[in-house]
Design a binder for this molecule. Structure first.
Ligand SMILES: [Zn+2]
Length: 117
């Protein structure tokens, strides 16, 4: 029957939908830590009153640590600094390695005599 099929469809469609796939209004993530070290992250609307205490899954009281607001909208013409361009080419980890290598050479006095490849 067509009617039955339709009903089945609508139930199936609803059950497949989870909250994670719904696009909420602007929101922030509130983080709660309970005394047992559990982290609970909860999304709140940016204009919502975030409770200072939340009941953890272990039923302890988890305290609000911070509420992370989403990044403000970027300006239309962001100014790209040399630092920005550098970060586009290398990750911070890579830069740290390079810096460490250079510092090592500098401290050991090898920097001037060594040519980088
Ligand atoms: Zn807990």
């Amino acid at each position: 029957m067509a009617e039955r099929a339709l009903r089945g469809m609508s139930i199936g469609a609803k059950s497949m939908e989870s909250e994670e796939n719904v696009d909420f209004a602007p929101r922030m993530i509130a983080r709660y830590y309970c005394p047992n070290g559990h982290l609970t992250e909860l999304p709140f609307a940016t204009d919502a009153d975030v409770p200072a205490v939340w009941e953890c899954r272990c039923s302890e009281e988890a305290l609000l640590q911070d509420a992370v607001k989403p990044e403000p909208e970027k300006p239309l013409k962001p100014v790209r600094t040399h630092w920005d361009m550098l970060l586009e080419r290398r990750t911070r980890e890579e830069l740290q390695v390079l810096l460490d290598e250079r510092l090592e050479l500098l401290r050991s006095g090898q920097l001037r005599s060594r040519r980088s490849a």
